[in-house]
Design a protein. Structure first.
Length: 186
């Protein structure tokens, strides 16, 4: 009907409401005035792990690399949303030349360093689009983010051999891919 529907009432008289499908929830004070959650421009994170007090979004520049040598790019687009300790990211990268890139390949430049948890690697997915990969029909491109790092190590998943590290021979000079995922930070 368009009228707000009460979802919950807090001790301070505010009511969490929803105006229906597609409308963001809002807190209404006793007079029906909507108020929204707003985070400060500079994070003031509390020590309370159960308090949502940190939100940030932005862009970063992804670089295909072997860790030392960088490829040349025509497109380097990436964005992130950080909510507490979780960073959600999207990457679209297009190379024009691999230059001196050799051996294992990675996408470096993640906006935050991953949490260092022993034996815990965070998965990365190619989503929506990939081209210029020198792989077989039974293989897929993916990756992982290791602890205390700020890059994505690219991997191949194979029906016959499982997961192996991707290398410069698996990414063509005109390779391109969309990657997304999330990871935890310290």
């Amino acid at each position: 009907s368009g009228d707000p529907v009460a979802i919950a009432t807090g001790n301070d008289g505010q009511v969490l409401t929803s105006a229906g499908a597609g409308a963001p929830p809002a807190f209404e004070d006793a007079g029906g005035e909507a108020t929204y959650v707003q985070f400060p421009a500079t994070q003031v994170a509390s020590a309370d792990a159960n308090r949502l007090d940190d939100y940030e979004e932005g862009t970063w520049t992804p670089v295909l690399s072997d860790g030392t040598n960088d490829a040349s790019h025509s497109t380097q687009a990436a964005s992130y949303h950080k909510i507490g300790r979780v960073v959600f990211y999207n990457v679209y990268i297009v190379t024009t030349s691999l230059g001196s890139v050799s051996g294992g390949i990675q996408i470096k430049g993640l906006p935050f360093t991953a949490a260092n948890v022993a034996g815990h690697y965070q998965s990365v997915n190619v989503g929506g689009y990939g081209a210029g990969f020198a792989i077989t029909a039974s293989e897929g491109m993916g990756g992982q983010i290791g602890g205390n790092t700020s890059h994505i190590v690219l991997n191949l998943w194979s029906l016959t051999t499982g997961t192996i590290g991707a290398n410069n021979g698996n990414w063509s000079a005109d390779g391109q891919g969309m990657f997304q995922g999330f990871y935890y930070i310290a």
